[in-house]
Design a protein around this ligand. Sequence first.
Ligand code: ACO
Length: 325
Amino acid sequence: MSIIRSQVLGCGAFLPETVLTNEELSARVDTSDEWIAARTGIRRRHVAAEGEKTSDLALKASRAALSRAGIGADELDLIVVATTTPDETFPATATRVQAELGMTRGAAFDVQAVCSGFIFALSVADNFIKAGQARTVLVIGAETMSRLLDWNDRTTCVLFGDGAGALVLHAGEGEGGIADRGVLNTKIFSDGRMHDLLYVDGGPSSTQTTGHLRMQGKEVFKHAVTNIAAAIEASAHDAGVTISDIDWFVPHQANQRILDGTARKLGIPPEKVISTVADQGNTSAASVPLALATAVNDGRIKQGDLVLLEAMGGGFTWGAALLRW
Ligand code: ACO
């Protein structure tokens, strides 16, 4: 039986030019390279320049993805941007990207699921394609997390970075089995009771300010490995694959210790784990497509490989996706 599969045509990424090292951060707040590296694995992160917006990063990642895909923006039916740092409260950052790309038909909108945003956006795109409502979709994760940070709070400002990644998906055909190319499944979850563990203390309808990121890091850490592992097990079980079938594990890049803990819990060998956390920090919704683009560009992920994505973030939200590249 032939079914519709959302197949990847190309991916791209963009990181702002400015790099902020742990040493440079140590001059601003009471921290050290040793502390940050030992607790998180992070050594440096990219930070957007003054005036450089989330849509600017998204646009550059999108152009790279479209070029890789070998298609023009006029062939897109839909743009979904995952971001928690939109240019403006409205309209959606996706519509800005749409205009800049010169796409004058179809639709563009944002998805807000914080660090899990890219998995949620991928899920939305995959379902639009499977339902026959779109054939070609640009899925973007783009963030300027530096704008949400309290730069005097050492417990949060050392963790995050800016960047963007994008994926072009196109409706293809499959047999309905795990050998099919494309998205095999997506699993998304949320639990609003966990709000207070990770949130931004501002917004248009509460304080009329942008606010700053607030987090109970230890508590978030405790939930992360359990939630992520459960999403991965649900995804693998539903798709009918075993963990040993997976060629590449592309996790949300929150913290090297979370990556290692999840891989260990699931029995994924370290050489199959894509990690960019040392050079990029946690770029929220951008981290999964940035890591994907890194491993595709350096030749690790190849056509036909089985790739597992996962993320967890504020809300809480979390999820996983399996795709054959
Ligand atoms: N530099 C130096 N010391 C620091 C810093 C810093 N940047 N930040 C905190 N400390 C101090 C604390 O004040 C504390 O001091 P005290 O013992 O005198 O009170 C001590 O270091 C230990 O602090 P903890 O919070 O217990 O440190 P922990 O080992 O839990 O590490 C961290 C903190 C890195 C935030 C960790 O909890 C973590 O990574 N949590 C996950 C959070 C996360 O990834 N969030 C991202 C969004 S959600 C997601 O993406 C999964």
